[in-house]
Design a protein around this ligand. Structure first.
Ligand SMILES: *[C@@H]1O[C@H](CO)[C@@H](O)[C@H](O)[C@H]1NC(C)=O
Ligand SMILES: *[C@@H]1O[C@H](CO)[C@@H](O)[C@H](O)[C@H]1NC(C)=O
Ligand SMILES: *[C@@H]1O[C@H](CO)[C@@H](O)[C@H](O)[C@H]1NC(C)=O
Ligand SMILES: *[C@@H]1O[C@H](CO)[C@@H](O)[C@H](O)[C@H]1NC(C)=O
Ligand SMILES: *[C@@H]1O[C@H](CO)[C@@H](O)[C@H](O)[C@H]1NC(C)=O
Ligand SMILES: *[C@@H]1O[C@H](CO)[C@@H](O)[C@H](O)[C@H]1NC(C)=O
Ligand SMILES: *[C@@H]1O[C@H](CO)[C@@H](O)[C@H](O)[C@H]1NC(C)=O
Length: 685
C-alpha cells in the first residue's frame, strides 16, 4: 500500500530497518530485501507452473495481498507491503514489541538483569498477541460464504482494488472485504512467527564464551510447540531454558552493545547489559523467492556472521509459515464446519473464487441394480445433496438452490447416463481373466472412471469424484484395481464405503491392501461402515477429506466420525496423518488405532489442541490395537467441548515396513452411568 510510503518516508525506513525481517526492497541504503515478502512467497506461493491452488498455496493476486509485492530493487515507494508486512507499517506507528517477539531476553548468568520468568512472560505476551491476530482472521473469514456455503462475491473481489489493511487498534471487519480482513489477521500473525526465527536464538549456532553480545544458540530445527496459535495455554513449561530474543532499545539505540535509551525517541528503553536486538537479529539478507535459499546475510547483523545462521532462520520461518497456514485452515474448518470451511478456504486462496470454486461432477455408485448408478453435476459438495443421491433420490434438471447458475447447486446430467452407456458399450467379458473373481455386484467403477475422464473440458479430473457404496465383500473389490490406478493418475478422487458385515480384525491379502492403497492414493477415502445408519457419517468423512482435489488438500486434519472404520496410509516421507475429534459434555470419545500392514510401526499421539498438551503418546507395533479415551476436562467446561487431535506417524525401526495402511475408528461413550456405554461392536446390517 502506498499510503504509508508517501508519508514520513525516512522515519518509516528507520523503524522498519530495525524492527524485523525487512518488508521493503532497498538493499543499498537500508539493507532490506523484502524478506517477509520472499519468505511468504516461498512458503505459500503456488509452485512454478501451477496456477490453480489446491488450498495449500495462494494464487497470484491473492498472494500479493498476503505477501505484498515489491518494486524492483532500490525502487522505493512502489508496490505494496501486504498483510505480512502490515505490523511494520506506520499506522500511525508500527505494532509494538509483542508483534515481533522482542524483549524476551535471557542469559544463563547470575549477573544477567532479567530472569527466565521475566523473559518467558514477555514471550507469552508475544504469543498471546499473535493468537489474537490469528483469531481476528478466523472471525473475519465467516463472511466469505453465506449459510449455504456460497461465495459472496463482494467479500472476495480483489480484482479492482488491492486490500487495504486497517489501523491495528481500529481493526473492524465490518468495513472491509471479508477476504482482506481474514488475510490481514493471518498475515499479521505470520509476521510475528517469522520474526521469532530472526529475533531469537532458536535455530542459531554460536560458540562460547557466551555473553550478552554472544548468547548461546539452540540449533533447533523443529517447530516451537508454543507457537501453535490455535492453543490458549500458558507456555512457561514449553520454553527452553536458554531461549532468548533481543531487547529492542529503539531505532536510534539498537546496536551490538546495549546502549541507554535515547530520551528523544518515543518508546525507547534502556537495554544496558542485555542481549540486544542488534546483537541477535538475522533480519537482513537476500532470499531467493522460489527456492528460499539465502545469500549475502546482513548488513548490520553480526549474528549472521556465524555460518548459516541467516539460512537457518529463514528456513525455519518458511517451514513454520506453512504450518501456520495449515493450522489456520484447520481452525476455519473446525469453526465453520468442513462444508462451509472448504469453500471459505477456496475463497481465500483463489483469485476468482466466484467462478473457480464451483462445478463438480460425481459418479454415485451402488450395487445392483445398476440403474441406481448415476452421473451428476453439482456446484459444490453438499452433504444433503450427496445423501439424497446415495439414497436413490436423484436431483433432476432444475433451478437449483442458488440464485444464479454460478452459485446454485442444481444437478445437471441425467440419472441414467451411466446405465445407457453401459448398455451401449457393454464391458468386454474377455477383459476379465480366468483367475479374476466375478464382477462384483454391479459396482461399475471402470465405466464411471471412463466417463468422468472422457469429457474433461468442462470438468477437469480434479473436479470429479466417484462415491461408491457397496455390499460387496472387500475380497471382491480388488478386480477394480486398474481403474483405481487410472483414476489416481488422472487426479480423480475415489471414495469407497463398504457396507460389510464381516469383522475387520482379520489379515488382508496383499492385493486387498493394494486396492485400499490405490483408493487412498487418489486422495479419496476408504472406510467400512458399521451399519446402514452410518451412511450420513460416511459422507461427513468424504466432505471432510474433500470430495474432489479442489475441495481440500491432503495435509489438513480430517474429522473422525463414529460409525466407520477409516483406513488410511502413512510413509516416512509424509507428514503424520491427523484427525480432529471433539469431546462433549455428554459423551467421551473412544478412539482405536491399529496397523493393517504387517510390520508397520506407528507413532501415535493424541493432543488437546487448546491446552497444547499431548495426552497420550506411544508406539503401536505389529498386530497392535490401541484404544484411547478422550473426555471433557474441567478446563473445557466454559467451552462445553474439547478439541483433540490424533496424529498417526510412521515409526522408524528395524524390520518395520517402509509405509503402510492402518485403521482408525471412534465411538461415543455415554458418560451417563445409568446407561450402558454405547456399543462398540458392529450392528447387524
Ligand atoms: C486441475 O486440473 C487442471 C487441468 O489439468 C489444472 O490446470 C489445474 O491446475 C488442476 N487444479 C488443481 C487444484 O490441482
Ligand atoms: C450468487 O451470485 C450472484 C451473482 O454472481 C450474486 O449476486 C449473489 O449474491 C450470489 N448469491 C449468493 C447467495 O452467494
Ligand atoms: C504462567 O505460569 C507461570 C508458572 O506457573 C506463572 O508464573 C505465570 O504467571 C503464568 N503466566 C500467566 C500469563 O498466567
Ligand atoms: C544453558 O546454556 C548454558 C551456557 O550458557 C549451559 O551451560 C547450560 O547447560 C544451558 N542450560 C540448559 C538447560 O540447556
Ligand atoms: C445392499 O444389499 C441390499 C439387499 O440386497 C440392497 O437393498 C442394498 O441396496 C444394497 N446396498 C447397496 C449400497 O448397494
Ligand atoms: C461434456 O460436458 C459438457 C458440459 O456439461 C456438455 O455440454 C457436453 O455435452 C459434454 N460432452 C460429451 C461428449 O459428453
Ligand atoms: C481395534 O479395537 C477396536 C475396539 O475394540 C475395534 O472396534 C477395532 O475393530 C479393532 N481394530 C482392529 C484393526 O483390530
Amino acid at each position: 500500500m502506498r499510503r504509508s510510503r508517501t508519508r514520513g518516508l525516512t522515519f518509516f525506513f528507520l523503524i522498519s530497518g530495525a524492527y524485523a525481517f525487512g518488508t521493503i526492497n532497498e538493499p543499498n541504503v537500508i539493507g532490506q530485501h523484502c524478506e517477509h515478502e520472499r519468505i511468504t512467497r516461498v512458503a505459500l506461493g503456488c509452485p512454478l507452473g501451477v496456477t490453480v491452488s489446491d488450498g495449500r498455496c495462494f494464487e497470484e493476486e491473492s498472494l500479493h495481498q498476503l505477501a505484498g509485492r515489491s518494486g524492483p530493487a532500490g525502487a522505493v515507494g512502489q508496490g505494496s507491503n501486504g498483510a505480512v508486512g502490515a505490523p511494520d507499517m506506520l499506522d500511525p506507528t508500527p505494532e509494538g514489541p509483542e508483534a515481533h517477539c522482542d524483549n524476551a531476553d535471557f542469559l544463563d548468568s547470575p549477573k544477567y538483569p532479567r530472569t527466565r520468568e521475566e523473559a518467558t512472560e514477555q514471550l507469552q505476551t508475544c504469543v498471546n498477541h499473535l493468537r489474537l491476530r490469528f483469531l481476528e482472521g478466523i472471525d473475519a473469514a465467516n463472511k466469505i460464504v453465506d449459510d449455504d456455503a456460497r461465495i459472496i462475491l463482494s467479500e472476495v473481489d480483489i480484482t479492482r482494488l488491492d486490500c487495504r489493511f486497517s489501523f491495528p487498534e481500529l481493526q473492524m471487519h465490518v468495513f472491509s472485504r471479508s477476504k482482506c480482513s481474514a488475510i490481514e489477521g493471518f498475515g499479521r500473525s505470520l509476521h510475528g512467527v517469522q520474526d521469532f526465527y530472526a529475533h531469537s536464538n532458536w535455530a542459531d549456532d554460536a560458540k562460547p564464551p557466551y555473553t550478552p553480545e554472544n548468547p548461546p544458540g539452540l540449533r533447533r530445527s523443529d517447530y516451537p510447540i508454543f507457537l501453535d496459535l490455535r492453543a490458549e495455554n500458558n507456555i512457561s513449561e514449553q520454553v527452553p531454558y536458554n531461549l532468548t530474543t533481543g531487547c529492542f532499545g529503539g531505532v536510534l539505540t539498537d546496536g551490538t552493545v546495549g546502549k541507554p535509551g535515547n530520551p528523544l525517541e518515543p518508546g525507547s528503553q534502556d537495554c544496558s547489559g542485555r542481549i540486544t536486538h542488534g546483537a541477535l537479529n538475522k533480519d537482513n539478507g537476500v532470499i531467493d523467492e522460489v527456492t528460499g535459499l539465502t545469500k549475502q546475510p546482513g548488513p548490520n547483523t553480526p549474528r549472521s556472521d556465524f555460518r548459516d545462521n541467516f539460512e537457518r532462520a529463514v528456513a525455519g520461518a518458511i517451514r513454520d509459515s506453512r504450518r501456520q497456514w495449515r493450522h489456520f485452515r484447520e481452525e476455519i474448518r473446525r469453526t465453520y464446519g468442513v462444508q462451509r470451511g472448504n469453500m471459505i478456504i477456496c475463497g481465500l486462496v483463489r483469485d476468482n473464487p466466484a467462478v473457480d470454486c464451483y462445478g463438480r461432477k460425481v459418479a454415485i455408485l451402488r450395487d445392483a441394480p445398476s440403474d441406481n448408478n448415476r452421473m451428476a453435476e453439482l456446484q459444490m459438495p453438499r452433504h444433503r445433496w450427496l445423501l439424497e443421491e446415495l439414497e436413490g433420490r436423484p436431483h433432476e434438471e432444475g433451478e437449483g438452490e442458488g440464485l444464479t447458475p454460478q452459485n446454485s447447486t442444481k444437478s445437471r446430467g441425467a440419472s441414467n447416463e451411466l446405465r445407457q452407456d453401459a448398455e451401449a458399450e457393454p464391458q468386454a467379458e474377455d477383459d476379465v481373466s480366468e483367475e479374476s473373481p466375478p464382477v462384483s455386484e454391479g459396482l461399475d467403477i471402470g465405466n464411471a472412471v471412463e466417463k468422468l475422464l472422457r469429457n474433461n473440458t468442462a470438468f477437469p479430473a480434479n473436479k470429479t469424484a466417484v462415491v461408491a457404496l457397496t455390499n460387496a465383500s472387500e475380497k471382491r473389490l480388488i478386480e477394480h484395481l486398474p481403474d483405481i490406478w487410472r483414476a489416481g493418475d488422472a487426479g480423480l478422487r475415489v471414495h469407497i464405503g463398504v457396507l460389510s458385515p464381516a469383522g475387520n480384525t482379520r489379515r488382508y491379502a496383499p492385493r486387498e491392501e493394494d486396492f485400499m492403497t490405490g483408493v487412498l492414493r487418489t486422495g479419496g477415502t476408504y472406510s467400512v461402515l458399521h451399519n446402514r445408519a452410518s451412511i450420513p457419517r460416511f459422507l461427513d468423512h468424504v466432505i471432510s477429506r474433500g470430495l474432489t482435489q479442489y475441495d481440500n488438500a491432503g495435509d489438513t486434519e480430517t474429522l473422525l466420525v463414529p460409525g466407520l472404520s477409516i483406513r488410511d496410509f502413512v510413509t516416512p516421507a509424509m507428514e503424520p496423518r491427523r484427525y480432529s475429534i471433539d469431546a462433549h459434555s455428554i459423551d467421551n470419545a473412544v478412539i482405536s488405532v491399529a496397523p493393517i500392514t504387517a510390520n508397520l510401526g506407528l507413532h501415535v499421539r493424541v493432543r488437546h489442541v487448546r491446552t497444547n498438551e499431548a495426552v497420550e503418546e506411544l508406539d503401536i507395533g505389529l498386530g497392535g490395537n490401541k484404544t484411547f479415551r478422550v473426555e471433557l476436562g474441567i478446563a473445557d467446561i466454559p467451552r462445553t467441548d474439547a478439541w483433540f487431535e490424533l496424529e498417526v506417524a510412521h515409526a522408524r525401526g528395524s524390520n518395520l515396513a517402509g509405509g503402510g495402511l492402518f485403521e482408525v475408528s471412534i465411538e461415543a461413550e455415554s458418560v451417563d452411568m445409568d446407561h450402558e456405554p454405547a456399543s462398540m461392536g458392529h450392528d447387524e446390517l
